[in-house]
Each structure stands twice: as structure tokens, then as C-alpha cells.
Design a protein around this ligand. Sequence first.
Ligand code: MSP
Length: 592
Amino acid sequence: MLRVSAFRLLGRRGASRVSLLEDFSFRYYSSGPLGVRDDTRDSRAYFTTPIFYVNAAPHIGHLYSALLADALCRHHRLRVPSDAATGFSTGTDEHGLKIQQAAAAAGLAPSELCDRVSAQFQQLFREADISSTDFIRTTEARHRIAVQHFGMLKSRGLLYKGLYEGWYCASDECFLPEAKVTRQPGPSGDLCPVSLESGHPVSWTKEENYIFRLSQFREPLQQWLRGDPQAITPEPFHHTVLQWLEEELPDLSVSRRSSHLHWGIPVPGDDSQTIYVWLDALVNYLTVIGYPDAEFKSWWPNTSHIIGKDILKFHAIYWPALLLGAGMSPPHRIYVHSHWTVCGQKMSKSLGNVVDPRTCLDRYTVDGFRYFLLRQGVPSWDCDYYDEKVVKLLDSELADALGGLLNRCTANKINPSGIYPAFCATCFPSEPGLVGPSSRAQAEDYALVSAVATLPKQVADHYDNFQIYKALEAVSSCVRQTNGFVQRHAPWKLNWESPVDAPWLGTVLHVALECLRVFGTLLQPVTPSLADRLLSRLGVSSTERSLGELHFLSRFYGHPSPFEGRRLGPETGVLFPRLDQSRSWLVKAHKT
Ligand code: MSP
């Protein structure tokens, strides 16, 4: 519990308070909720994952955080296809008591543990095709410089030295008020204090620390969130934060005694104190974009943080307050996701149910596992993981529906010329009213064209609302509709040699390939190499894969098509092999 009344105030105080707040309102609220005028926001975008603790190996929850950020970032690149426009950072959070203790328990120097586990995260992200542009480690020199520079909060009168007395949870690296602590029987049967939320042990701490005047930021934070209802997405999390802000905000201890916590960044000019690991960790988002050099200013207004719900308070209260204190705007967007459980239980080392993401990537392929996590993960509530669920989803949506559709429309038997067939406008007139004697299109076919034509916009809206699962659901529903279209017109019953059938046969295949081209383009952020194979098979070049180049079914709308008559790609292999149900690991999973 933070006892504000017990603080021994050692430095300059109170006087600066009012003028600082006036400064904030001038800088941040005079021209909109953030004071960041829209013309300062260019097409640049900067996405971040949380940085991951190195006390234990990565699990699927960590991979999920990184995948969400990766998909958002890749989708942004499809909209704005220029490498220079998108930054994407991830990394490892290597300081603090938790790591110090984990290293001691493993009999390692902290730096050895950090090197080892950070390398595991880097390898996992490489294997999982996470397209980050930077991987930061908080033990790097560039980060120490940034964190120590951020200490200028002190010269702005926002830090003071005081006595902190209260609970600290090393596992969660957070301070807890008495109301958030409960007692549970420990290993020896005695009652031990633990965090009410996480169940992790807490210990009583009493020491002199640097303290941040968080309490001064309640109103600016409320103003920010009320002025920008999408700042925290999905909405229920925005609401939660506003509710937290209904209560008093205690000041926040932002350093620990170095004799207790040596594994961290020293407070500049005061080696007896180590900077609190959360302050250290949050500044990583600035380090990556060059802070304290002015370069960071061109990125910062377009920052989107992707985080799990357990670290919402740090990102939506502490971090924006620290930023405001340092003269910067809060992050543009905070996208929040929920957690994966395993067979209904929280994933934890002690329960022995941690799912190793690398095994999953091996079993289901990189694209398959990416697709599963993003298709099934719903940010607003927890999702349960089990192997059979993955197999069922991937077999039905990637192998049968999408792979089957591609195969049906490109197989040598159905399209012996290996050419993107021509569209016949009299067989499929642009308006059902223009239907003539050679028209063969039915009402459902027009519904399909209209659904696929609006799909990219629908998908973009779902990305904007951080509902990637809905974007994938929409694609999957259009894939089903396209399969229905092919089934309805049964091109295998039509004859290329017949002058009556041939134009319609070409049209059916042309429409189906156009739909597949849209699906391939829209799936790139989620299943990058599967989408690459699909688009290559359709003969779509690498410069024709952005949203701006889509031009779906242009012949239907009376424009020429660059694809008509083009040779299809040579790769005829299966797009996504069905997962063999008899694989030994699956049998094992059934038995347990
Ligand atoms: N180091 C801090 C973050 C600092 S960011 C400035 C941290 N690290 S963590 O390794 O514990 O968690 C990293 C991310 O993984 C968080 O977004 C967290 O929510 C996410 N997940 C951890 N377990 C998870 C699941 N079981 N399911 C989904 N995501 C989960 O917190």
C-alpha cells in the first residue's frame, strides 16, 4: 500500500504543480484530445508488442501477443506499401527482481539467463514469421541512455524522494494496496500473503524511493480517454480504465534500493537506487524510435501498443501519465487482448500445462498455427486451447475450403491451358437487369460478387477495431460462398470444346480465381507464406499484392483485367495438407 501520508519529502515540491498542469493543457488539449493535430500524423505507423520477461521460455500466449501485432502491422503495410512507413518493435524485458531471482534460482548470472531466454524469443519469432523491424533488449546500452534521459521527470518536478511502505509482488513486478492482497496456505501450510488477482506471493517492503506524482494525472488521463473513445480498444477495456480513474490515484514508487534490486538501471546521480522495472520496460517503446534524439518525434504520434489485459494498468495509466509528465502525448492506440487457457485452465509452469509454441509450429506449420491463433483468439474474452480444435479448424478452413477451391479451379483437368481464363460479359452481365439470352449468372452469383467486392473494406474495419478473428471469419465465409458458386455451376461438367459452354466455363473459373486473388491478398497478414503460394499459383506478381492493386473482377465493371490470359504459376502442390488424424501426437492427446 502506498502511504502518501508517510512520505518524507526531500526535494522541490508543490510549487511547480500548477504550472506543469497548465503546460499540459496548453500542449495537449488545445487542439483536440491529444493536442496532436491530424496534419502532424502522416502515413507512418509504429506497432509494438510488450517486451517479454526472460524468466521462462516463451509460450503460446506470448506468441499470440506478437502475432496480433504482426498481423496489424502487415495489414497496415498492405494499405501503405512502403517499408519506410511502418515500424514494428518487439523484444525482451530483462531487468528487475523477477529476473534477478530467477537467475539466482537457476544458478546463473542474470546476464546469462537473459542471453539464453532472449535468444529463444528471437528464434521463435523468426520461425513464426514475425516481421518486426527491431528487437530490443532492455540490457542494451541504447536503452540505458533512453531510460536515464527519461529521468528528466525529476527536473520537471514530478519525482520526489519519499518512504514507500507496502506490498510488492516480484512475479508481477508491481506494488499492491492491502485490498488487493489475500492469504493462502503456503507449501508448509502456513497462511502466506498473495496477490488477489494473480495468486503470486507478495512481500512487505519499506524503503525510501523516488516517487512519481501519478496522483496529478488523474484528470488529464480522464480528459484523454473521454476525448478519444477509441484510444483503448476493444471498448470494454476503455471503460475499465475510466472506471479505475474514478478512484484516487496514489503516487507511484519508481525506484528500488540497489542493495535489494541490483539488476537494473541505476538512477542517474544516485547509485543507491535502481529504476523500477516497469518504468525501465515502458521506455523501450521510445528507445526503439531513437529517443532521446529528435527522430523519435516523427514516429511517436502514430504508435499502437498491443498488450495483454494483465498489463492494462501499466500501459493505460502509468505509461500515459509518465509520457504526459515528460511532455509527450499518450500512445495513439492501445489494443488489448485476453488470454489463452489450456483445457480450461490458466497456463502455468507449476500446473505443467504450458503449451510450447515451437512444437505447435512444427505440428501445424507456421501458417497453420498463425491462422489458428488469430482465427480463434477473441480479444474480449479468454480462449481455450486444445489440439483437436486446431486440427478441426485447419482441416476444414485451410485444407478443404481454401485449398480445395484453389485446386478445383486450377487443376489441369479443369483448366488444361494453365491460363487465367477470360471473363465473358454477356454470360455474366454487370447488372442482373441486363440479362440476355447468353446470360448464365444467377442471383446468388451477384450476391457473391458483391460480398467479395466489399470484403477488403470489411476486413480493414475489423482490423481497425482489433477484431482480426472477425476479418478471418468474413474471409472464410466468402470462401464458402465461392465454393458454393463453383459447386452450383459445376465447371467439370462444362466442355471447353463447346462454343456454348466455353465462354461460361472461362467466366466461372475467372470469377473464382478473382475471388481467390482477393482471399490471397487479404490473408497475407495472417498466413504470409500460404498466401504467397496461393498468389503465385494465380500468377499475381509481388507488385500486385497490395490493397491498392486489388481491382477485383475489373472485367465485370467494364475495365480491362491484367490477369486475363496470363499464365498461371507453375507450382501445383497442395496448398495446405490435411492434418493426418492418425499422427501419434494427436492419438496421445486423445488418450490423456
Ligand atoms: N514484461 C512485461 C511487459 C512489459 S511491456 C513494457 C510482461 N511480460 S510477459 O512476458 O509476462 O507478458 C508478455 C505478454 O504476453 C503480455 O501481453 C501478456 O498479456 C501476454 N501473455 C502472457 N500469458 C498469456 C496467455 N496465457 N495468453 C495470452 N497472452 C498472454 O508482462
